[in-house]
Each structure stands twice: as C-alpha cells, then as structure tokens.
Design a protein around this ligand. Structure first.
Ligand SMILES: NC(=O)c1ccc[n+]([C@@H]2O[C@H](COP(=O)([O-])OP(=O)(O)OC[C@H]3O[C@@H](n4cnc5c(N)ncnc54)[C@H](OP(=O)(O)O)[C@@H]3O)[C@@H](O)[C@H]2O)c1
Length: 371
C-alpha cells in the first residue's frame, strides 16, 4: 500500500499521467473501490470546472456594471461596446474640434459699443488692449495701481474713438477692492460684456529660495483676485451672454524654472477656469471663458525680467493684445500666441481634452443643473 501510494504521488509530482497500468498493479479488493473513487472525483472535477465557468461569466457581467464608472482605464470585453463607449466619442471630439476650430472671421465691429473691463492696463499688454478696444469703439474701463498712467490712457482712449473711457485705481492685493471695482465699473458702464483679466504682481526671475510672501502675493494677485472679479461680474455677464478672458502664460501649462510662484498662479488659473468652463457648458450658462497662453512678449517688464536669463524671441505686444481681444470676441476656449512654433501644438494637449470629455460621463451633473 505504502509503495503504491508513493509511486502514485511521485508520478503526480512530475505531472505525469497516473494511469493504473503504469504504476503498480492494484490488489483485486481495491480495484472496485478505486473505480468508484475515480468516478466521484471525475464528477467533482466536472462540477468544479462548471462552477469556474459560471464565476468567469459572473465576473464579466460585474466588470460591465461596476467598473464602467472608473472610466477609461478598464477595457470593456466587448469590442462593439468599446467602439460605442470610447471610439465614437473620440471621433466626435475630433470632428467637433475640427468644426469649431474652423476660422470664424473676426470683425472689429464685434466690439463696437461693447462694455469692456481691462485690468493691469497701466502698461504693457493691458495698455495695448485698451487702445485696440478704443479704436474699435468700445466702452473701456481700465484699472491698475498707477493713477497717473491710467489718466493718460483714458484720455488716449477717448482720442482713439472709445465710446467712453474710465479708470478706477487700486491694488488687486485687496480683495475688497477687487469686488468693489467690478460693482462700481458695472454701474458706470451700465452692464458688462467682456471682462479681461490681465494684471500680475511684479516678480524677478530667480531660483525659488523660500519667499513664502511672494508665493502668497502671486496667488492672491494673479489668481484669487481673478476669481473674485469673475464671480462678482457673473450676473452682469450672464445678462449680456458675455465673456471672461484670462491672460495666462506658457508657464501655466508647463514647468518653467526661475518663476515657481508665478507659474503656480498661472496653473491655478487653468485649473479653476477650465473647470468652470466645463460647468457652464453642461449647465448651459452662456458666458464664454477664454484662456490666453502667451509666449515671451516684448513688454518693458518682461524684457527686463528675462534679460541675461532667458534666450527666447519676443513677440510684439500690440499684436498680442489684438489676438487676445479676437479670441475673446470669438469665444474661443484657448488661444496660443507668441513665437511658439510647434510648442503650441504640444501644449494644446489633445489627450487632456479627450480625457476631460470622456470623464464627464461619470458625473451626475443633472443633480446640480435641476437645482
Ligand atoms: N510679457 C510677457 O512676456 C508675458 C508672457 C506670458 C504671459 N504674460 C501675461 O500677460 C499679462 C500682462 O503682462 P505684461 O508683460 O503686460 O505685464 P506688465 O507690463 O508688467 O503689466 C502688469 C500690469 O499689472 C498691474 N499691476 C501690477 N501689480 C498690481 C497690483 N498689485 N494690483 C493691480 N494691478 C497691478 C501693473 O500696473 P501698476 O503697476 O500700475 O499697478 C500693470 O498695469 C500678464 O498676465 C502676464 O502673466 C506676459
């Protein structure tokens, strides 16, 4: 008995067939018992296989039901479902992108009589935007801290043909000022069609050495004040089906050394306003949000900041200012401007857009729209 079992197990160990003939002949009295055992084992094996099969089918069903909400990472076992769930929407995005990116023509008359606010307008790109808007016949409201510079810009705007031109001076470090500025501007203008947020706190280009005050100031001036002003202006913009235009930078789309606090504030703008845009599009709020991604522009501050630090060609501020206004008037989601070459194609990041579009299906937005 011992010998028989030993041989049988060693055969099993080597993964060999365990037919009785190959092993020791069984004693007669065991043979019937052995056959009965084989039969029961066979049945049990068959039942195990059947159970395994059923479990597999159940797990496929479960994956269809439960793994779907996790979205893109889980492959759907059925190719038709995969096509319906993923390929068709991606194709849809490509077509929509192609359709919407087809150049709609900009006409300066689009801004005629429009009520527009430009922040950071005492110099640089902001000042150029004020001048373009004036030439297009808009009502212009400008702000910054330097009152003298603003006075001069208002009088220039009137000379250039603005329907009206006003200024309110103050600092965007103060959120109460940011809020009150919009309220006052709305009263003076009698409403609002376009809010162009462009100001930034001054900063030099250098390795970050722990200046937390600068991080805080950058976030407050370059980001929080933008949120405060947009939210205060929203009721007016909803009434006019207006536009919010956010002036940002390549440093708000990609890691850029020597400007960490600035870069953080520009990334924050993208995160906040791109999320807001998605909410508005789902909730059918007809206020457009345009994010302007600029490369190096030849303003005095930028030229001074990059001098001896960055080798890059600068684009003209007058042209840049016009492109920002055009993008806002055409209600584009994003615009890239500067001597960017192929960089803009890479920064546009179609992968992110596809993910954003597809992930929307996982949210129950109805809950908020109907309330
Ligand atoms: N120039 C570039 O190479 C470049 C590249 C990428 C992105 N951008 C973006 O383009 C926009 C304009 O840049 P720019 O080069 O034209 O800047 P800029 O010439 O330095 O102008 C900045 C404006 O912000 C105002 N400002 C500064 N601190 C303020 C505060 N605490 N409160 C209120 N206003 C304040 C300034 O006026 P006061 O000093 O009178 O307050 C000025 O009008 C910015 O958003 C910037 O990030 C520029």
């Amino acid at each position: 008995m011992y010998k028989y079992l030993l041989k049988k197990f060693s055969a099993l160990d080597r993964n060999q067939p365990t037919s009785k003939q190959e092993i020791l002949p069984l004693p007669k009295e065991w043979e019937t018992a052995e056959e009965e055992r084989d039969e029961t084992e066979g049945k049990a094996e068959e039942e195990r296989r059947e159970e395994k099969h059923k479990e597999k089918r159940r797990s496929i069903k479960r994956s269809k039901i439960w793994l779907k909400p996790q979205g893109l990472l889980v492959p759907d076992p059925c190719p038709m479902a995969c096509m319906k769930n993923y390929l068709l929407p991606i194709l849809g995005i490509c077509l929509a992108y192609y359709y919407y990116s087809a150049d709609e023509e900009f006409k300066p008359e689009m801004l005629q009589g429009k009520k527009v606010i430009v922040t950071g307008a005492s110099k640089g790109i902001g000042k150029e935007m004020a001048y373009h808007l004036a030439k297009m016949g808009a009502h212009v409201m400008v702000t910054a801290r330097s009152e003298e510079a603003l006075k001069k810009i208002v009088s220039d705007c009137l000379k250039y043909g603005a329907a009206s031109a006003h200024y309110i001076a103050g600092t965007m470090e103060d959120m109460t000022f940011a809020e009150q500025f919009i309220a006052k501007a709305g009263k003076i203008l009698g409403g609002l069609d376009m809010l162009i947020l462009n100001h930034i706190t001054s900063a030099t280009m250098e390795p970050f050495a722990g200046d937390i005050a600068l991080v805080r100031r950058s976030m407050e001036v370059n980001y929080i004040s933008y949120v405060v002003m947009s939210m205060t202006a929203l009721p007016m913009l909803k009434r006019s089906n207006g536009s919010i235009v956010i002036v940002s930078s390549m440093a708000g789309k990609m890691a850029s050394p020597l400007v960490a606090p600035y870069s953080a504030s520009k990334f924050a703008l993208d995160g906040f306003f791109s999320s807001l845009r998605t909410e508005y599009s789902v909730a059918k709020v007809n206020v457009s949000i345009t994010l302007c991604i600029l490369g190096l522009i030849d303003t005095d501050s930028a030229m001074k900041a990059v001098s001896g630090v960055l080798n890059a060609e600068a684009a003209p501020k007058e042209d840049c200012a016009l492109e920002i206004i055009k993008a806002g008037a055409l209600r584009q989601e994003e615009v890239y401007y500067g001597k960017l070459g192929w960089s803009s194609l890479l920064l546009e990041n179609p992968g992110r857009r596809i993910l954003e579009f597809l992930s929307l299906r996982n949210y129950n937005m109805e809950k908020f729209i109907n309330n």
